[in-house]
Write a protein that binds this ligand. Structure first.
Ligand code: EPU
Length: 335
């Protein structure tokens, strides 16, 4: 375990904002976490993964915790379904890459999503028609209130679009995810429903998850900024869900891209709304709306401040509200 004070969080947030925290704690095992004297740590306490979905508004006055629990354990007993237990500090994409190499299906559509396993299970990350909840069987946490280990079944995690019980106001900050149980499949189970994925595969029916992974990587490369070169936090906003009547007002001829949900509501891509407002490339200071996918705000010159990003966020929310009567909600967590 490492405990550091006045710690620079520049490399702990993918927006690459220059911020610091009072205290930074990295632990390697659940035992170390259990042994930590929380009462003595500067408050508030914030647990982060790779910091790929966070916007620090400024220096953090409390303690930032980070898991270095990094193990991958396959429970392969020769059945079609292969349970895999992972420590919360494993980089999510290294798990996806390894699963694909082993010919195990289920995670391939989630290729190259930045972040770590613990945060993935909190945030219910998703891409190309798959959400991580689809392949999670259970989550193990440390309960900061009761100071003990607790297990959640997938149902108990109450997963929804980019949400889970761990993000609900009454539980937020209470549970620290320490490991996640996934179930992958040895049987081919390609999920190619997402627009563009079949074309990216060049019409080939994939026989290995690696083929799907490569197509997903090519698609992401064509739209999203390269995290090694430019700071961002991926999608900045959630895709709004509107009523059927509201959608008819937004797009009377229904020509706007949309997905009708089973309950009659309609999900409309925020990227399309932002694009329709002519905001691609709009910038404030060092913050800019990414031209190839306007749902993403980037730190274009590495010098963006939280104020630049917040001011651009406000311009986008106001423009979309004025044009469509819809209030965009940020997906990125503001700290
Ligand atoms: N669109 C435009 N103009 C553009 C770009 C997109 O009009 O410049 C429209 C297109 O009609 C397109 C639609 O927006 O069909 C949706 O775009 P895209 O397929 O890129 O997906 P998204 O809904 O904007 C979501 C996730 C992404 C994920 C992609 C792919 C959210 C908030 N975002 O974006 O997740 O990679 O689907 O599955 O759900 C992330 O969460 O950080 C993230 C990048």
């Amino acid at each position: 375990m490492r405990i550091q004070f006045k710690y620079d969080l520049g490399s702990q947030n993918t927006f690459r904002l220059k911020v610091s925290c009072e205290c930074f704690v990295e632990y390697d095992t659940l035992k170390e976490l259990e042994g930590l004297n929380f009462d003595a740590l500067p408050k508030p306490i914030l647990h982060i993964g790779e910091g790929s979905n966070l916007l620090f508004r400024g220096d953090f006055p409390g303690t930032v915790l980070h898991s270095n629990i990094e193990y991958i354990k396959y429970v392969d007993i020769g059945l079609d379904e292969v349970p895999v237990m992972l420590g919360s500090g494993v980089t999510f994409d290294s798990f996806v890459a390894e699963a694909c190499r082993h010919g195990l299906w289920g995670a391939e559509n989630l290729s190259m999503i930045p972040g770590e396993v613990g945060a993935a299970a909190v945030q219910n990350i998703g891409a190309y028609g798959v959400e991580v909840a689809d392949i999670i069987s259970g989550v193990v946490c440390y309960d900061l209130k009761e100071r003990k280990k607790v297990k959640f079944s997938r149902q108990e995690c109450r997963y929804g679009y980019r949400s889970s019980i761990f993000k609900q106001p009454e539980f937020k900050g209470r549970y620290i995810v320490t490991s996640v149980l996934f179930r992958l499949s040895r049987k081919p189970a390609p999920n190619l429903g997402y627009k563009g994925l079949e074309e990216a595969l060049g019409g080939v029916v994939p026989t290995t998850p690696t083929q799907v992974r490569e197509a997903v990587i090519a698609l992401r490369d064509s739209k999203l900024p390269d995290p090694c070169k430019i700071g961002s936090a991926g999608s900045f906003f959630k895709n709004p869900v509107v009523s059927a009547e509201q959608f008819a007002r937004i797009s009377p001829d229904a020509s706007a891209p949309h997905y009708r949900l089973p309950d009659g509501t309609v999900k409309v891509p925020a990227a399309w709304m932002i694009d329709s407002c002519g905001l691609k490339g709009r910038s404030v200071g060092g913050a800019r709306v990414w031209e190839k996918q306007p749902l993403v705000i980037v730190n274009s010159d590495g010098r963006a401040t939280a104020e630049d990003i917040l001011s651009l966020e406000k311009q986008i929310i106001d423009s979309v509200w004025e044009r469509f009567g819809v209030t965009l909600e940020p997906e990125v967590e503001h700290i």
